[in-house]
Ligand binder design. Structure first.
Ligand code: EPZ
Length: 416
């Protein structure tokens, strides 16, 4: 899928089933490297990033069976390096490093790829592993890591909050000798899900979801079964779909407590929000949203992965809205495409200022990254006329059946 035809002037209403979390499933797949016993994982979303992660695991020698449930057997890993053409495709491939090092004492991977939303360094990942006793050589864009014997547990103070690096260190510490403390850890729900998964395999992790994670290393892990948490960013994206089209929606099979900061902002925009055990209902009652002022921040703050979607909401809201991006340094690329659709936008340093207008106009737009893709498709759904959205290959990296789910809500999107 590389180009979509999106009819405008739609109100998006109805029910949507939320898929499993991309940002929990990806690291959990790589965590299976830590054990030689069989694993079963459910609620894994069908995404290109997931498929690339599975290809990487198979390359290492992992046996995979994938029908509804993903069955993984990492007992016969016999390769400890991964090929450039796969590593380069996903940022998540960095999570091969910690588990290979922890279980086999060696790993060799190229620097990972990922969305162009910023420099995406991995210094915090590598520093963490070095503090656990790893020797790491960086040459020709390749990371060559090894440790004599086992990694050694350590107190590690993260100089910057990093989801990825917290996951790398937590995974490696699982099999290290002794205790590890990760201080100033990221608190995202995905980290809690990974810790829950690892503990179900016999790991000894407490405090995941708080600023301090305590890990007591164990000799080896067992097998287990795990269900991936729902995708909070997909949920937020569909809530915005209803909010910008003055519609109403119920998101099913989701986790409201993972979206507190997003729900607060949607309420501020004038949405009526109701939540239950595994559902969220949003109703705009036919009203245009009110503009919002937002700062992105590490969890439980407002998620950077919802920044583009809320900027779109601000472009058609009543009033002037601002979003300050504090996590990534280049995450406003989509703004020029929204300006092509008539949006009144100014970028001042790391803040996007939107002067609300009643309606966008259709255009020929180009996606630059995953969340921008979803945002431009939603913009096409509400703009006047027919919008062509190009480079939508970014979309299927992180959203399962997004056009189909939107069409069930009243959109008219066709692949061309
Ligand atoms: C994860 O990326 C997510 N990706 C991102 O989602 C998400 O936006 C991000 O966390 C923040 O929540 C996956 O889970 C696959 P970070 P990650 O390490 O781990 C800097 C999406 O759309 N940093 O928390 O790469 C970094 O440059 C994606 O689903 C270092 O300086 O994010 C950034 O400024 C986009 N050195 C900040 O920390 C490092 O070694 C936070 O990055 C690592 C990160």
């Amino acid at each position: 899928m590389n180009k979509l035809r999106v009819e405008g002037n739609k109100n998006l209403n109805g029910n949507v089933i939320i898929s499993g979390s991309k940002n929990a499933a990806l690291p959990i797949l790589f965590m299976t490297i830590l054990t030689e016993e069989k694993i079963k994982i459910s609620n894994v979303p069908n995404l290109t990033d997931i498929n690339i992660a599975l290809k990487l695991l198979v390359y290492l020698g992992v046996k995979i069976k994938y029908k509804k449930i993903l069955c993984i057997d990492a007992s016969s890993i016999n390769i400890f390096h991964a090929p450039y053409h796969l590593i380069k495709k996903i940022r998540a491939s960095i999570w091969i490093l910690g588990p290979l090092l922890a279980r086999f004492g060696k790993a060799k991977i190229f620097l990972p790829g990922g969305c162009k939303i910023g420099r995406r360094p991995i210094d915090l990942h590598l520093n963490g592993l070095i503090q656990l006793g790893a020797k790491i050589d960086l040459k020709d864009n390749c990371i060559d890591a090894y440790v004599k014997g086992r990694l050694q547990g350590k107190y590690i103070l993260m100089e910057k909050i990093s989801v990825g690096a917290t996951i790398t260190i937590m995974s490696a510490a699982t099999l290290a000798q002794g205790y590890t403390v990760i201080d100033n850890a990221a608190c995202e729900p995905e980290i809690v899900d990974i810790a829950k998964f690892l503990n179900s395999l016999g790991a000894n992790i407490i405090g995941a979801g708080s600023k301090k994670i305590y890990i007591k290393g164990v000799i080896k892990l067992t097998g287990g079964v795990h269900q991936v948490i729902p995708d909070r960013i997909e949920t937020g994206t569909f809530l915005v779909a209803a909010a910008i089209s003055q519609g109403h929606i119920i998101c099913h099979k989701t986790e409201p407590k993972h979206l507190k900061s997003v729900l607060i902002k949607l309420n501020e925009a004038g949405a009526k929000i109701e939540t239950g055990k595994d559902w969220i209902k949003l109703d705009m009652r036919g009203k245009r949203p009110k503009a919002l002022n937002i700062f992105t921040a590490p969890y439980p703050g407002f998620p950077t992965d919802m920044q583009a979607q809320f900027a779109l909401l601000n472009t058609i809201s009543k009033g002037i809205g601002t979003i300050t991006e504090t996590i990534f340094e280049n995450r406003f690329i989509y703004a020029s495409e929204l300006i092509n659709m008539g949006a009144k936008i100014e970028i001042q340093k790391n803040t996007i200022i939107c002067y609300g207008i009643p309606k966008l106009i259709s255009s020929n737009v180009f996606c630059s990254d995953l969340r921008a893709s979803a945002t431009l498709i939603l913009a096409g759904c509400i703009a006047a006329g027919l919008t062509i959205v190009n480079h939508t290959y970014h979309l299927i990296r992180g959203y399962e059946s997004f056009p189909n789910k939107l069409n069930k809500l009243g959109a008219d999107i066709k692949i061309i």
